[in-house]
Write a protein that binds this ligand. Structure first.
Ligand SMILES: Cc1ncc(COP(=O)(O)O)c(C=O)c1O
Length: 362
């Protein structure tokens, strides 16, 4: 008798492996492997989370009404065109389930976020990559890869793990070159860290087009990855599809309460952004001085080139031994790089010190 068989594509997925958070033999570590907010969550969010405990017997608001209203107020958006999810991962996954099927193509940039090909494979669709220029999305190369089978194009902007971004004009050009039936997913998980005049997270294009959505998260600058909370903004028709497909209570009550409180704590978000504005350029300059190749980044992390895979692996082992945990990049075909989250002053200085000892080794 044959055993039950999963649907085509699923066994081609490598299970996602998150950033390491322990080092054998060390009680305390500096976890810089998952791009979590350097200052931790807002005290107001923690308070709201704790308060939610007394109501755990109640189902959450399935429509996230208050949270959507708060997001709408905060970002100047129509709450009716927002859907919340258990992390933006859930929304990115549902979008692919809704708009891609077996044999369809999902297009993304060569070093785009790893969940895009996994989501495609999960529905039997074909992940297609476009080559990059110097680890940046190349709009012309993306457009050259569009075929009659392309259903979804995913663009992380800024991109994880490269830290690069493309301008509002380039995103517009990408959109203008896509057939109208192709859904453009703008994944702006790190948008709050970007302070460039030529950047737009996606709101302008969502407002102007019927085939563009923007995904956002509370996991990065709001530092609530443990709660799983994300949201998307899109055209009414796509929102309708998502509200049919999502689970009725996909966002838990504590996440909703903490999300509203986190939005309210503007000072905490500002402090987190300021921390990044100081320590991202500092670490980039320090690592350059050490002879390493940190890539220009607009996120809360930096991708660092070591020249060879062997050297990146040795650097990873050296940092781990010092209790500092970066992220290996083999899964992205960037085995000669490590990705390091921008932490607090103590953490980025520990990175610099550890790598200074590493490069000084004979
Ligand atoms: C580009 C990008 N998109 C989406 C996500 C998913 O974030 P979450 O599911 O925690 O909202 C991440 C997390 O690392 C990311 O880097």
């Amino acid at each position: 008798m044959t055993a039950p068989q999963p649907r085509p594509g699923i066994m081609t997925m490598a299970p996602y492996v998150g950033g390491k958070d322990t080092v054998e033999g060390r009680a305390t570590v500096m976890k810089l492997s998952s791009n979590e907010g350097a200052l931790g969550p807002s005290p107001k969010a923690m308070e709201a989370y704790a308060k939610a405990a007394a109501e755990l017997h109640r189902y959450p608001d399935g429509g996230c009404e208050k949270l959507r209203a708060a997001i709408g107020r905060h970002y100047g958006l129509d709450p009716a065109r927002i859907v919340c999810g258990a992390g933006s991962d859930e929304l990115l996954n549902l979008l692919v389930r809704a708009y891609c099927g077996p044999g369809d193509e999902l297009l993304y940039s060569a070093h785009g976020f790893m969940m895009y090909p996994l989501n495609a494979k999960g529905v039997g669709a074909i992940p297609v990559t476009a080559p990059e220029k110097d680890l940046r999305t190349d709009v012309d190369a993306m457009l050259a890869k569009v075929t009659t089978k392309t259903r979804v194009v995913c663009l992380a902007n800024p991109n994880n793990p490269t830290g690069s971004y493309i301008t509002r004009e380039d995103v517009r050009r990408l959109h203008a070159g896509l057939p109208r039936q192709v859904l453009l997913v703008l994944d702006a998980a790190y948008a709050e860290y970007v302070s460039r005049n030529d950047y737009d997270a996606g709101v302008e294009l969502v407002n102007a087009a019927e085939n563009v959505v923007m995904c956002r998260t509370f996991s990065k600058i709001y530092a609530m990855g443990g709660l799983r909370l994300g949201w998307m903004y899109g055209p009414a028709a796509v929102i309708d599809v998502m509200n049919r497909l999502r689970q009725p209570f996909n966002v838990n009550a504590a996440a909703q309460a903490a999300g509203i409180a986190a939005l309210d704590d503007v000072a905490h978000v500002d402090a987190t952004r300021t921390n990044n504005d100081i320590w991202l350029p500092w670490l980039t300059a320090e690592l350059t001085r050490l002879g390493l190749q940190p890539r220009p980044s607009v996120g809360n992390f930096v991708l660092v080139g070591f020249g060879s895979q062997a050297r990146a692996e040795a650097a990873n082992a050296h940092m781990m031994n010092d209790g500092v945990i970066p992220r290996m990049m083999h899964g992205y075909g960037l085995g000669d790089h490590l990705r390091i989250t921008i932490g607090t002053e103590d953490e980025v200085k520990a990175v610099r010190d550890s790598l200074a000892r590493f490069v000084a080794q004979p």
